[in-house]
Every structure is written in structure tokens, then in C-alpha cells.
Write a protein that binds this ligand. Structure first.
Ligand code: HEC
Ligand code: HEC
Ligand code: HEC
Ligand code: HEC
Length: 111
């Protein structure tokens, strides 16, 4: 009986779409509640830039943190790209500038 109830609960979880993602978030977001990023979404999907910037301030502030070589991911001819084009929260991030430029120096935290 207990096992059956657990199976039903797991099936419901999967139906809601919450079962697919590894329930853990990457890095510094590990302890955040799902709703912090997914509130108001019909099914969990990449949140908008606005949601990220509630905690991270502004593109300008980020650009100041990632000064260095000319390939600043937060200040370029690409403009204010959606954060989640590069940063993933449940899987590996990808630096999309590398689609066109060889940029050996830039690394995501933990890479
Ligand atoms: C509830 C607040 C909050 C929200 C919302 C949030 N972050 Fe963060 N994030 C933090 C904190 C706190 C840190 C750790 C300190 C720092 O690096 O600023 C962090 C760190 C990071 C880091 C550095 C790597 C790491 O894991 O430490 C990246 C990249 C990042 N956040 C991207 C994002 C993106 C993209 C979004 C939107 C999808 C987002 N954050 C939403 C609070 C938040
Ligand atoms: C074009 C890809 C790209 C986009 C778009 C992007 N980032 Fe980043 N971000 C990176 C890379 C690459 C790094 C690590 C490289 C570095 O530190 O120089 C980074 C680093 C960070 C860090 C860590 C900064 C530090 O060193 O303390 C935070 C926080 C962050 N990004 C948040 C965001 C948020 C929020 C957005 C959207 C407003 C965003 N990023 C958009 C590629 C991107
Ligand atoms: C810091 C913001 C943030 C938090 C907190 C967060 N997510 Fe996400 N979620 C994202 C982003 C960004 C994506 C887009 C895919 C990716 O980056 O991995 C996403 C996508 C998803 C998806 C769609 C599947 C996919 O891989 O595209 C599911 C399901 C999901 N999240 C579930 C959850 C659950 C469950 C929690 C709570 C344990 C949670 N998320 C917490 C940012 C977040
Ligand atoms: C679709 C291809 C493409 C993408 C993606 C792309 N760029 Fe570029 N970028 C170019 C082209 C084309 C030029 C102009 C030719 C050149 O100088 O390499 C350029 C020029 C530049 C320059 C000046 C060139 C130099 O060598 O001084 C910088 C800096 C730059 N890009 C940074 C970025 C950053 C940071 C990103 C990611 C946020 C990015 N680019 C994404 C195509 C791209």
C-alpha cells in the first residue's frame, strides 16, 4: 500500500514535469526554492532575465564583475542576451560566444 502510494506520488511528480530535471540546482542556487525562478510558469522553463536580475542587479554590474580580456560575456555587440542562453541551472552551461570566437580564457565557476 505504501509502495503503491509512493508510485502514484512519483507519477504525479513526473506528470507535472518536475521529475525530469535533477531536483538540484547548480552551484550557489542549490538551496533556492523552485518558485524563486519558476513562479507563474505553466510548466517550469527558463526564467526571464528579469527574474535573474532581481538578485544580480543589472547587466552593467555583471559586466564590471567580469572585466578582463575583450570578450566580456556581459558587455558585447550581442547586447543583453537572455542569461539562460549561457547559464543553465540544472545542466551544464554553455558560452555561446564560442560559436564564433576562440575564447580560451573564460570559464564558468566550477568548470
Ligand atoms: C534569489 C536570488 C537569486 C536568483 C533569483 C538568481 N541568483 Fe544567481 N546567485 C545568487 C547568489 C546569492 C549567488 C552567489 C553570489 C554571487 O556570485 O553573486 C549567485 C551566483 C550566480 C552565479 C555564479 C556561479 C555560482 O553558481 O556561484 C551565476 C552564473 C548566476 N548566479 C546566474 C544566475 C542566473 C542566470 C539566474 C536566473 C536564471 C540567477 N542567477 C538567479 C542569487 C540568485
Ligand atoms: C553570452 C553568455 C552569457 C550571458 C548571456 C550571461 N552570462 Fe553570466 N557569465 C558568463 C561567463 C562565460 C561567465 C564566467 C566568465 C568570467 O567570469 O569572466 C559568467 C559569469 C557570471 C557570474 C559570476 C560573476 C563573478 O565572477 O562573480 C554571474 C553572477 C553571472 N554570470 C550572471 C549572469 C546573469 C544574471 C545574466 C543575465 C542578466 C548573465 N550572467 C548573462 C556568460 C554569460
Ligand atoms: C535559479 C533559478 C532556478 C531555480 C531556483 C530552479 N530552476 Fe528550474 N530552470 C531554471 C532554468 C534557467 C531552466 C532552463 C534549463 C536549465 O537552465 O537547466 C530551468 C528549467 C527547469 C525545468 C525544465 C526542464 C529543463 O531542463 O529545461 C524543470 C522541470 C525545472 N526547471 C524544475 C525545477 C525544480 C523542480 C526546481 C526546484 C528544485 C527548480 N527548477 C529550481 C532555473 C531555475
Ligand atoms: C554569430 C557570430 C558571433 C557571435 C555569437 C559573437 N560574435 Fe563577437 N564578433 C563577430 C563578428 C563577425 C565580429 C567582427 C569581426 C571580428 O573582429 O572578429 C565580432 C567582433 C567581436 C569583438 C571585437 C573583435 C576584436 O577581436 O576586437 C568582440 C570583443 C566580440 N565580438 C565579443 C563577443 C562576445 C563577448 C560574444 C558573446 C556575448 C560574441 N562576440 C558573440 C561574431 C560573433
Amino acid at each position: 500500500m505504501l509502495i503503491r502510494n509512493v508510485a502514484i506520488a512519483l507519477a504525479a511528480f513526473a506528470l507535472l514535469g518536475l521529475g525530469q530535471a535533477n531536483a538540484a540546482n547548480n552551484g550557489s542556487h542549490a538551496s533556492l526554492k523552485c518558485d524563486t525562478c519558476h513562479a507563474g510558469q505553466a510548466a517550469p522553463a527558463a526564467p526571464s532575465q528579469k527574474t535573474c536580475l532581481k538578485c544580480h542587479g543589472s547587466y552593467e554590474a555583471l559586466a564590471a564583475k567580469t572585466k578582463g580580456d575583450k570578450f566580456n560575456p556581459h558587455d558585447s555587440h550581442m547586447g543583453r542576451v537572455e542569461c539562460t542562453a549561457c547559464h543553465s541551472m540544472h545542466k551544464k552551461s554553455q558560452f555561446i560566444c564560442r560559436d564564433c570566437h576562440a575564447i580560451p580564457s573564460r570559464k564558468f565557476k566550477g568548470e
